[in-house]
Ligand binder design. Sequence first.
Ligand SMILES: [Fe+2]
Length: 388
Amino acid sequence: MQISHLPLRKFVAPEFIIGEHALSKCADYVAVFGAKKALLVTDPGLVQAGWVSKVEQHLKEQHIHFERFDAVSPNPRDTEVKDGALLYRRMGCDMIIAIGGGSPIDCAKGIGIVVSNGGSILDYEGVDKIERPIPPLLCIPTTAGTGADISQFAIILDNARKVKIAIISKGIVPDISLIDPLCTATMDPELTAATGMDALTHAFEAYVSNASSPVTDMHALQAIEYLSEYLPGAYQHPLDISYRSGVMLGSLFAGLAFSNESLGIVHAMAHALGGLLDLPHGLCNALILEHSVAYNFSSCPERYRTIAEKILKKSLASESDETVRNLLQSYLETLRRKLNLGNKIEIAAVDEQTLVQLARVALRDPCVVTNPRTPKEEEIQALYAKIL
Ligand SMILES: [Fe+2]
């Protein structure tokens, strides 16, 4: 391998414990932080699945006090961050435990920002806007996809404007993440598919990002290998922990990659779409990803060739760019069908004005900056038209 130059890059990651029964370490880590009372941030589905009571049991056994905030929506709202922060202050909490997928974890990050820095969570949109450190944050991911448990990203819905804001800062990298594949076994097939495709999208976008580096490339490509190998099995055999572990590893590697060199147009478009229509993030990504490959391919054909070789497990050196692009698109289309994700968002016809609005919001998203090709408004509209 020949290195012509080494661009300046940083790599941020939290401490994490990965493996079966990692969840059982939660009380030990609360004790490590010396916390008097923890705020548990989660959602009603996780309460019903039994994971919240498991965590609470571990805390009770070590006489650790806690309060539960379980009112987080699938796309966490600024209003929920505000309510969680009020509860944190009122109950005298000094640590946050997030249990769930990306939504409770992002909401927990938001609560941490507000209790330490004041104001509204919407004041912190953008890159490096957080001045004071947030309280200790322990994450227990229960989906395998978002990477929120190890990333420096939080996505919050501005409920009044129906726009998702992105907060990117080293200040919201969790202190510790307990990554337990057993926690993902209660995900239904639909959620397994959507979150798994979110992870695959992270890996694709990270690898072709114009801010990529050898350190993040390694994680992105490893993620692509794990996810292409294990995601279909996790969907078909939800209780088989070997598939769940493979997808969890893939999600972790993808998270480490994208947290450090950001994403691209798929996420920019998914944020705008999910914000306006309150749609699942993973589903939006899954539908846009293959179209982004067609759109971006000519900007970095060698990068996409490497991705295709990882997935198909063979050399494509003798194939033309066009063949590689077709192979990759056809792989993604087949995977999408296997995971029963459809090919369009099932909503009433979208008018021209909505397409314009979506494209404008997407172009303002920070993820656009690292896309390998700079998109025009009409190009983003045309991409939206393929899935709406
Ligand atoms: Fe994502």
